[in-house]
Design a protein around this ligand. Sequence first.
Ligand code: DTR
Ligand code: CA
Ligand code: ZN
Ligand code: ZN
Length: 450
Amino acid sequence: MTHPRSSLPRANSKALAALALMAAAGLLAASPAASATLERTGPAAASAEPLAAPDIPIGNVKSHLAQLQSIANANGGNRAHGRTGYRASLDYVKAKLDAAGFTTTVQQFTSSGSTGYNLVADWPGGDANQVLMAGAHLDSVSAGAGINDNGSGSAAVLETALAVSRAEFQPTKHLRFAWWGAEELGMVGSKYYVNGLSATDRAKISGYVNLDMVGSPNPGYFVYDDDPALEKVFKDWYAGIGVPTEPETEGDGRSDHASFKNAGIPVGGLFTGASRTKTAAQATKWGGTSGQAFDRCYHSSCDTSVNIDDTALDRNSDALAHAIWTLGTAEPTPPGQSYENTTDVAIPDNAAAVTSAIAVSGRTGNAPATLRAAVDIKHTWRGDLVVDLLAPDGTAYRLKNSSGSDSADNVIATYTVDASSETANGTWRLRVQDVAAQDTGYIDSWKLTF
Ligand code: DTR
Ligand code: CA
Ligand code: ZN
Ligand code: ZN
């Protein structure tokens, strides 16, 4: 379905073919701005403009949900980890992908005494050193069929992958899609996958996009505000159809993107809300019912095929396809220059902030919108820590908030900051403060790249 007020160009093969014929006959305007480089790179003639994503047919997405509902009905009413309904769900998705030409892998793990499974599907081709991933957890809770949570994300990712196959899409990046097991037990499957990657293979993943609950019946339109580049792709798409979005603030670490973020991989994603209540202001901008949960059937037996808002599911499916086509063909970020400080700086427990400085010189103009700050802070119970990047003029950019519940050790991550309003030259500082008693550590090193 093409969205109302859609301003996105939707290239179609007929228009491209006509353009190619006109170019071949020298009929196109010769001006550099108008000329298009029409070299064949695959089934669809390439053009100077990035290829627009195809529309994801909502009917196809809904038919996947119908299949997952049938599977739950035939397997004790759920698709939970360790139950027959989960493996049957995975077999359904895998069969579709095998038939569409993907290279699929089933990864096995154990959790809570039961065998769990991840499904990973690679689209042949693209640069193996630049892997763009999209994923969704395929398991439900044991209370029900889990059609919104998270059949919706699973079906949207599946249909986008199938659209890649139908289009014989040939992106510059390598595309990998994944369906995770045991997310409801604590992102077990995605953690198992990421932990099984070598540091080299992790570094090859340019970004991970997560879809978990993208068809809530009283929907909000939330975009993960983690990696700015991934966030921008989704916010631009929604702006293009005139739908406002909000940053997803239900809490970091509440779905499979956390497994990738904790490994320093850029993450993004989409969310339509769970048990939180839609406000009056949100109902005004999005419609729906204020004072009611985004999904009243969250983790309940009523999370069935009727617990879906088709418009929200359609929009998020199309937004994902847009992200895959856009990010999949985007030029790699140029390596840039790096500036590093490896001097250890002790962080006093529950006390004043400390800083570590990097002097940048010899650059011209301002810093970029994609300034990368890689930090390596050794500290037990990293939830104690607040981390900021200070520009030469003292402007603070929050990289990490404190979190009472984040008991994991160390902050080893790369943050992308829009520093385009800051002069590049000058002394940049990493500021770290421990705001909770007990647990100590130190800044091991940090690096700026642009
Ligand atoms: N934890 C997810 C649902 C969920 C709750 N908050 C968020 C925020 C972002 C993504 C997902 C969620 C689940 O129950 O599967
Ligand atoms: Ca659509
Ligand atoms: Zn859930
Ligand atoms: Zn979920």
